[in-house]
Design a protein around this ligand. Structure first.
Ligand code: MCN
Length: 788
């Protein structure tokens, strides 16, 4: 980060302008709703996804997956499979153990209470979740591979399974790991226990609530896939795969395979959605790599949708008891939160640590003097949990916003008024759980959202409409920590004046190609159409961190902006030489360098670029016109907003109709407001999915009951309300562009907004809370209880 970035742009909040969309008309492209340049290829079938990739002699890999959720693997008989036509190889853990390959996916054990054996590519002698890979077959094509996989005979001695994180801690629960006898992987505490207890004891009122944050299954359009090639001549492995973080995957493959990073190239082509699910390292790409190195053939693995459901990685799954203390005047005194987080059967990357930091957003938008959060990360015989859009932040905001909603109901406050009385007004603000909010105007955001929704009128509606449906309105005020870590950005001008921009992030739907080009066009003064953006190849772009945590615009965006500025200044120095004028006398407007006090001549950016690679290099200057920046974000940028949902609930059927949905979001300066709105709408769709429809359900024996889209209800377009998007703009002082992230805002705000609205609707029936997903069946059951 540059020194002056910390003082950053001014942080006054303003209403957002209407975005234009034509790059040719705009003086500055940042702030314009430029159409996404990547869509044509994606929408016309011209983009290349991993499964589209073909190579001569390409073989296909299919897993043999455990049908049992918890069992000792007594024997794996591969004889029949090996003798089938077209089968090239069958692998089990025994093959890995006999090789030089470590074969265990790296898991962060930082802060764990236990010693773990790690996540093997194939089960060693024990399976701990249904769908865990036990063996893999490589064959000439995927059909032969599937047939042969079915012929592998695995003998299991099935054990008792446990799927619930609270039951898993019981004394009679089956144990997954000897190193974690109570199945607890990690416990953590955030905040001040004593101060919280004292404030709750002293508060005029306390309100307690039990919440389930339902387990979700990520549903990207494209399932996970990998194509691995081993070049024996070079001793190099190339893996093309569905990745959000090509360099991250290279590092993890290096550990799993025992190969140096320099011998691995990871390429992430077009990726059909990630949502966190493609940020983790999976046995699929590791097994394809093992097979490619062993057979010498390129090997492709493409998960089926069912495999993704069974064994891809799930999200959320928290059980929480929480309490809020509020005084008569509405002042929030304290929050106490106890969460049991299901982490599934194995750690994936940093997944075991996620429950430990989720509490850092529990203060939401409020100045709460005391907060204490205790979490336990618990192993169960279920698919491992990893980050899913929001990753810990939706869980925290859900707790805070349901607590405030429940307190408003019980104490008779208008929910907006209770929030307003507690909103943080001064920045920077350090919360009781250690987060330092950088900038914002939370009250303005609330007011604008209430105005847009017509809050007063919505609150004034009768309890029921003419059809007898109960009417309700709900609010969610949220904050979202965005950005983080290092990112690289390269700007390289070519001799003809065109420019290639590359970054270590990866766009899998977010439109980085458009966004980075807008930034660089402004900073470099080069035509938007002359700028090409490249991501996703660990050989072609410098070391990067990847795309997750709504970090790319902040980190990648500022990295390419800094590089563009450096290139512009170097070009100015070259131009000075060409114009025979001192550098500080050279102006640069509309793509032309001039020195009006010295000469009438001008030079275009292309003239300068050509000279930089040829004859015009002045003494003492390096040839070439490019710059690389490793931008490091030291301070987190906190996006915020207020979402409002208005609902009608049919007490006869439990059907919930979301009649209005208003989303006001503030992600600082918006590079492309149209993409921002799209990101919000997509996030709201997933948040509504969590609130209304989606839940992964396990039988007691650990078998996944919702193992296809027939049973797991992904919302269809007609289930998602029209999202009325609004914005305020509070630049972030943490970076030169003044930006904050937006990619996860909708998934964070929508669940509490919808649940608060439904609980408001059902308040006349005395119903205080219904757990997500608010299916018709669940809502009807809650209503029925009041009728008994
Ligand atoms: N943007 C902007 N101005 C800002 C912030 C963002 O114009 N101040 C715009 C930019 O056009 C940028 C886009 O919003 O390309 C998203 O930016 P950002 O918030 O920085 O998020 P990332 O690019 O890092 O994307 C990650 C985020 C996450 S964590 C998940 S999960 C997610 C998401 O984005 N997965 C997605 N959005 C997704 N959208 C699609 N279509 N597919 C996914 O898998």
């Amino acid at each position: 980060m540059t020194d002056d970035a910390r003082t950053g742009p001014p942080t006054e909040t303003t209403a957002a302008d209407d975005p234009g969309d034509d790059p040719d008309d705009a003086e500055r492209l940042v702030g314009e709703g430029v159409d996404r340049r990547e869509d044509a290829a994606l929408l016309t079938g011209n983009a290349t996804f991993t499964d589209d990739i073909d190579h001569p002699d390409l073989a296909s890999l299919t897993f043999v997956r455990s049908d049992a959720a918890h069992a000792t693997v007594e024997a794996v008989d591969t004889d029949a499979a090996e003798s089938m036509e077209g089968v090239l190889a069958v692998y089990t853990w025994a093959d890995v153990a006999a090789s030089e390959i470590p074969g265990v996916l790296p898991v962060s054990t930082h802060g764990l209470d236990c010693d773990l054996p790690g996540h093997p590519v194939f089960a060693r002698d024990r399976v701990r979740y249904q769908g865990q890979p036990v063996a893999a077959v490589v064959a000439e094509d995927r059909y032969r591979a599937r047939d042969a996989a079915d012929a592998v005979e695995v003998t299991y001695d099935e054990r008792d399974a446990v799927v619930d994180q609270r039951e898993a801690q019981g004394s009679d629960a089956p144990t997954l790991y000897d190193g974690a006898p109570d199945n607890v992987a990690a416990t953590s505490e955030l905040g001040d226990r004593e101060a919280t207890d004292a404030a709750l004891a002293d508060a005029d009122h306390t309100v307690e609530i039990d919440l389930t944050n339902n387990r979700l299954i990520p549903n990207a359009l494209e399932p996970r896939a990998a194509v691995a090639r081993w070049d024996a001549g070079d001793g190099r492995l190339t893996v093309e795969l569905t990745s959000q973080s090509p360099h991250g995957h290279r590092g993890k493959l290096s550990t799993t395979l025992g190969l140096p990073e320099s011998d691995i190239r990871v390429v992430a082509p077009s990726v059909g959605g990630g949502f966190g699910h493609k940020g983790h390292h999976h046995p699929g790409e590791a097994a394809a790599a093992v097979a490619a190195m062993d057979t010498g053939r390129p090997v492709k693995w493409t998960a089926t949708r069912s495999e993704n459901y069974l064994a891809g990685a799930h999200g959320r799954d928290h059980r929480t008891t929480a309490e809020i203390g509020v005084d008569d005047d509405g002042t929030i005194r304290a929050l106490r939160v106890e969460t049991d987080a299901n982490v599934g059967a194995y750690g994936l990357g940093g997944s075991l640590g996620m429950p430990g930091w989720y509490g850092s957003l529990l203060s939401s938008q409020y100045a709460v003097p005391a907060i204490f959060c205790e979490t336990r990360a618990v192993f169960t015989n279920t698919t491992p949990i990893h980050s899913y859009r929001g990753a810990g932040r939706p869980e925290a905001v859900y707790v805070a916003e349901r607590l405030v909603g429940a307190a408003a109901r019980e104490l008779g406050f208008d929910p907006a008024e209770l929030r307003r009385r507690n909103q943080i007004a001064e920045f920077p603000h350090e919360t009781a759980v250690g987060a330092t909010y950088d900038s914002g105007d939370y009250e303005l955001g609330l007011d604008e959202a209430l105005d847009a929704a017509g809050w007063a009128d919505l609150r004034d509606r009768p309890d029921r409409d003419d059809d007898g449906r109960y009417l309700g309105v709900g609010l969610a005020c949220y904050v979202e920590s965005t950005g983080g870590g290092m990112e690289s950005g390269v700007v390289r001008a070519h001799p003809d004046g065109t420019v290639t921009v590359s970054a270590g992030t990866h766009s899998h739907g977010q439109g980085h190609g458009t966004t980075y080009a807008q930034i660089v066009a402004d900073e470099l003064g080069v035509d938007y159409d002359d700028i090409d953006v490249r991501e996703g190849d660990s050989d072609a772009v410098p070391q990067g961190t990847g795309t997750f945590g709504s970090r790319s615009t902040i980190t990648g965006g500022n990295a390419v902006a800094e590089s563009a500025r450096a290139v512009r200044e170097k070009a100015r120095a070259f131009a000075a030489n060409l114009l025979d004028a001192p550098a500080d006398a050279v102006t640069y407007d509309d793509g032309e360098f001039a020195a009006p006090d010295h000469t009438d001549e001008t030079r275009t950016f292309a003239d300068v670029a050509e000279a930089a690679y040829g004859w015009g290099v002045p003494d003492g200057m390096d040839p070439g016109l490019e710059a690389t920046t490793f931008f490091e974000q030291d301070e987190t940028a906190y996006t915020f907003g207020t979402h409002v949902a208005a609902v009608a609930v049919d007490p006869e059927t439990g059907a919930v109709d979301i009649e209005r949905y208003v989303a006001l979001d503030d992600c600082g300066e918006r590079i492309n407001p149209t993409i921002v709105e799209g990101q919000v709408e997509g996030g709201v769709a997933q948040g509504v999915g969590q609130a209304r429809y989606e839940a992964a359900v396990y039988a007691d024996d650990g078998r996944l009951e919702t193992d296809s889209m027939l049973d797991y209800a992904v919302p269809r377009s007609f289930h998602v309300p029209e999202v009325e998007t609004e914005a305020t703009v509070t630049p972030s002082p943490t970076n030169d562009l003044g930006v904050k992230g937006i990619g996860e805002a909708g998934t964070i705000a929508a669940p509490p907004a919808v649940v608060n609205a439904v609980c408001d609707a059902l308040d006349p029936l005395g119903i205080g809370h219904v757990d997500m997903p608010l299916t018709g069946e669940r809502v009807r059951a809650a209503v029925r209880e009041t009728e008994e």
